[in-house]
Design a protein around this ligand. Structure first.
Ligand code: FAD
Length: 543
């Protein structure tokens, strides 16, 4: 009845009235896994302003919590990406005399006490953080606030930062949360003109210059280093290299990626890693023309045989760039005062995707049951799913025999990322063809994706399984072959990720790859899909 977000907001109101008993010697910003950036970071910015006001040093705390990572099925890739970004940030902040200090803590039940004891050790009077919307994290923050209030030493300020429009703001006339995207979008848009401006860029934190003499006692924090790995989440060397090639760390990379999307054209056959830093620089002119990826996004976004989308999700999920920065950039590009969110333009369509991201966070905040393994639509709680381990494993490995599904899963296994259309295809294949529980797919995605994000992942899975908010109707089942034909008309994507099929060519472009193996042979539904294909398509049967 009262989701944890609103319980936290209630506790925070009390916090704001509690003044620390004595003036502390430091202000702490607690950086979380979803706000790995310095620029346009609300909590960091507020913490800095407080530090300047108090003439106290600003210190940054990061807590690695392996038990939380296990509970959220976090991928080792995401943890490694976090550590890589923390290292870049630690160096950048050190130049501004701001220390970033990392602790590793287990069990998670005692994490609030540990944070409070660190604050006491640092004689901190203020703690700032951005809100995380997962239920466990909200409950943890409530506990932190309560302990801080009891101590009378620390004032907590936790603010919304993840979304363009904060959860709780976009509601129906009856003050209820939206559970359907289109009306959500219509109600979301007008908030962009609210005062204070929700798109306003939070000022950068100020260097610790004023209080440099006070920093001596914190020198140990500067000397500390970010751990090389978190136990239980070590990446194999080869995989670590692959992730480093595909997804470079740092805010500069995220902004280069955004610029690449807004100003340069997509490349056919660019399926694997991209290097925005060198690639972006190589293309000298800003191509605000008809051909940039964002302009073409309306028509090309569902094409998987080229890099037609922004590939910003790992950076957005980790908060290396904010959704607000993305929207501001689209406004600058079109020199517009108003946000374009129409279906008729590439920019508008892309802004709508950022709104989907907001939508799923709002859903998580209002209906926390979705993050606790329960379907949004309770009537689907008792579906009896198939439990075929062999099928599940074949799906995970990309060995189902359905080329587009296998290509997608192999892309995810290799790159830690998959195109949205293919995510929908593989998800629906698992749930509606193999009839395997969507939660197993959701879990596997979290374990392998570098952009694993509870809200978007859960939203995407429940959409595909028809159990969520605004889902595809349960009787609508993607035909993976028709989807394949539309998304990868030349079969190039499939050939790239399924090397067994690399040499297969159709008569023209109008062909569909089909390979027969155990799964397709046993799956009657797949045969049905094949029988439903238009006659004009040339089907290649392979074994
Ligand atoms: P673009 O097309 O360039 O879109 C820009 C940004 O908008 C994305 O980076 C993302 O932040 C947001 N976005 C786009 N589509 C969606 C969407 N359908 N739902 C929510 N946000 C969206 N996204 C994740 O970030 N993490 C996940 O763990 C995740 N799991 C998914 C699981 C399933 C089953 C499905 C169907 C979708 C999932 N998505 C997830 C959403 C979407 O597939 C990815 O965000 C998108 O493919 C990322 O590529 P991009 O950055 O090039 O996107």
């Amino acid at each position: 009845k009262n989701p944890p977000l609103f319980q936290l907001e209630h506790v925070l109101k009390i916090c704001s009235k509690v003044q620390p008993a004595s003036k502390g010697e430091a202000v702490v910003y607690w950086m979380r896994m979803e706000d790995l950036r310095i620029h346009d970071n609300r909590a960091f910015s507020l913490a800095s302003a407080q530090a300047v006001k108090d003439n106290a040093p600003l210190l940054v705390l990061f807590v690695l919590s392996p038990q939380d990572y296990i509970a959220h099925d976090r991928s080792a890739r995401r943890i490694d990406f976090t550590l890589r970004n923390l290292r870049v940030m630690k160096d950048t902040l050190a130049k501004q005399h701001i220390p970033l200090y990392t602790i590793t803590h287990s069990p998670r039940t005692t994490l609030p006490d540990r944070v409070l004891s660190v604050l006491a050790e640092w004689k901190a009077s203020h703690l700032f953080a951005n809100i995380e919307y997962e239920v466990d994290e909200l409950r943890r923050d409530i506990k932190v606030c309560e302990l801080a209030n009891q101590s009378g030493q620390v004032q907590c300020t936790f603010v919304h930062d993840k979304c363009v429009i904060n959860p709780g703001k976009v509601t129906t006339k009856e003050n209820k949360a939206y559970a359907v995207y289109s009306p959500f979008l219509r109600a979301w848009l007008p908030h962009i003109t609210d005062k204070p401006d929700p798109l306003a860029c939070a000022p950068d934190p100020k260097p610790n210059d004023l209080s440099i003499h006070k920093l001596a006692i914190y020198s140990g924090l500067f000397d500390s280093s970010v751990p090389a790995f978190v136990e239980g989440f070590e990446l194999k060397l080869e995989d670590a290299e692959q992730m480093r090639t595909c997804w470079k760390e740092g805010e500069d990379v995220a902004h280069a990626m955004l610029s690449r999307f807004l100003h340069t054209r997509s490349r056919a056959s660019q399926m694997g890693a991209v290097d925005p830093l060198t690639e972006g620089v190589k293309e000298p002119q800003k191509e605000q023309s008809k051909n940039s990826r964002v302009v073409k996004y309306k028509d090309e976004r569902d094409r998987v045989n080229a890099d037609t989308t922004s590939r910003l999700s790992p950076y957005l999920a980790a908060g290396i760039i904010s959704g607000r920065a993305c929207i501001r950039a689209t406004m600058e590009l079109s020199n517009a005062k108003k946000v374009d969110a129409s279906r008729d333009t590439g920019i508008g369509r892309w802004v709508q995707e950022i709104a989907w991201r907001d939508f799923y966070v709002h859903v998580l905040a209002h209906f926390p049951r979705v993050s606790m393994g329960r379907p949004y639509q309770e009537k689907f709680s008792n579906v009896q799913w198939e439990t075929n381990e062999e099928h599940l494993q074949a799906w995970k490995d990309g060995r189902t025999g359905v080329p587009i599904v296998d290509a997608g899963m192999r892309q995810a296994n290799k790159m830690g990322w998959m195109h949205n259309r293919v995510r929908m295809i593989v998800a629906m294949y698992l749930v509606k063809d193999l009839m395997i529980d969507w939660r197993l797919g959701e879990k596997y995605f979290m374990e392998i994706l570098i952009d694993g994000d509870l809200a978007s992942n859960n939203g995407g899975w429940q959409w595909s399984a028809s159990t969520g908010v605004d889902p595809v109707p349960y009787f609508r089942i993607f035909n993976p072959y028709i989807q394949s034909h539309k998304a990868d008309p030349t079969g190039e994507y499939i050939r790239y990720f399924v090397p067994e099929l690399a040499k297969v060519k159709g008569k023209g472009e109008n062909f569909i790859l089909r390979c027969t193996d155990v799964l397709t042979a046993t799956c009657q539904r797949c045969m049905n899909h094949l029988q439903r294909l238009p006659k004009s398509l040339d089907i290649l049967h392979l074994s």
